[in-house]
Design a protein around this ligand. Structure first.
Ligand code: IPM
Ligand code: MN
Length: 352
């Protein structure tokens, strides 16, 4: 198969983790006779510096023309105080919105031989859930602004029935192939948007009699994820709660550097690790490339390349078992560099 992939390295450790991901994807292409054509395009701080815009039209056009977008990470302290719309993060949000990537899928899997999580080991065996995070609505995208000479600020949280239905359907469909359980996380004791989420999701659940549905308030869910993470299968939630819960959940796995995601729209999709740009590690060859590599694996699945995805994931598991890992997930005395991890996985795939 030929696939055209737009690549946005982004900021901080982005270029380093993307380099390893492309290396690994290329080994899959060699193994299975595919042709992956990459086009590097700019977003975030590099685009601000070159075009005065964190998400130039040209970048958006390229994403629309390609079969998928592979995204590194975005954010640079240099631009933290830019005006609204001009921060690197604004570029990412604009792209998600323009491409209508409303469903962000964030799997949380614990690898048995990692022990960097501060959570008790006995709570972690067999943790395997997925967060379905709504990605193009809610407080992220509602009207925002200042009044009273800048001394008052507001961010509106707005959801429509159709926005909730779209991601709701995806979450229930996914549950059918798993443990058949959806947990809606919200704050329905306080927020009107959450009440609408409950109404809409309850209605959808009537079409999925095999799937059980339960509800948790976000405050309680944050606690349950640490105290009893095994009980979750699919967590369905809004944009803001999903953002927070996914970083929290990554603590179960040992590192935020391990978690991939797929951002799915009706026609286009993007694949992005959940972590930020980790500017302190930029250029040091210490960042964990696995969140990005596993996002690549979610891209393979999206292309319908199931064997390819399985092999890539087997290679990642193998690298973890053999402790070819960056310092965030094993003792730094024995750790490998970003590049060594990529090389190991590449070699493993080519030797299969
Ligand atoms: C994420 C990130 C982004 C978000 C930032 C960089 C805007 O934290 O993908 O989780 O908040 O969605
Ligand atoms: Mn986040």
């Amino acid at each position: 198969m030929i696939k055209n992939i737009s690549v946005i390295e982004g900021d901080g450790i982005g270029p380093e983790i993307i380099r390893q991901t492309m290396k690994v994807l290329n080994s899959i292409a060699i193994k299975y006779g595919h042709n992956f054509h990459y086009k590097n395009i700019l977003a975030g701080s590099k685009a601000i510096e070159k075009f005065g815009d964190p998400m130039p039209e040209e970048t958006i056009d390229n994403c629309f023309k390609s079969d998928a977008v592979l995204f590194g990470c975005i954010g640079d302290p240099k631009h933290d105080h830019n005006p609204r719309g001009m921060r690197p993060e604004d570029g990412l949000l604009k792209l998600r919105k323009k491409m209508n990537l409303y469903c962000n899928i964030r799997p949380v899997v614990v690898y048995p031989n990692l022990d960097k999580s501060p959570i008790k080991k006995e709570l972690l065996n067999e943790v395997d859930f997925i967060i379905y995070r709504e990605l193009t609505g809610g407080i992220y995208f509602g009207e925002k602004g200042r009044c009273k000479n800048g001394e008052k600020a507001y961010d509106y949280c707005i959801y429509s029935k159709s926005e909730i239905e779209k991601i709701g359907e995806m979450a229930f469909k996914a549950a059918l192939f798993r443990k058949k359980k959806v947990t809606l996380v919200d704050k329905a004791n306080v927020l009107e948007t959450s009440r609408l989420w409950r109404e809409v999701i309850k209605k959808i659940s009537l079409d999925y009699s095999d799937v059980s549905l339960d509800f948790l308030y976000i405050d309680n869910a944050s606690m349950q994820i640490i105290m009893n993470p095994k009980k979750f299968d699919i967590i369905l939630t809004d944009n803001m709660f999903g953002d927070i819960l996914s970083d929290e959940s990554s603590v179960l796995t040992s590192s935020v550097g391990l978690l991939p995601s797929a951002s799915i729209g009706d026609h286009k999709s993007m694949f992005e690790p959940i972590h930020g740009s980790y500017p302190q590690a930029k250029g040091k060859n210490i960042a964990n490339p696995l969140g990005c590599i596993l996002s690549g694996s979610m891209m393979l699945e999206y292309f319908g390349m199931h064997q390819e995805k399985n092999l890539l994931e087997k290679a990642v598991k193998h690298s973890i078992e053999k402790k070819i890992c960056t310092q965030d997930i094993i003792d730094s005395k024995f750790s490998s560099t970003t590049e060594e991890v990529g090389n190991y996985i590449e070699k493993y795939i080519l030797n299969q």
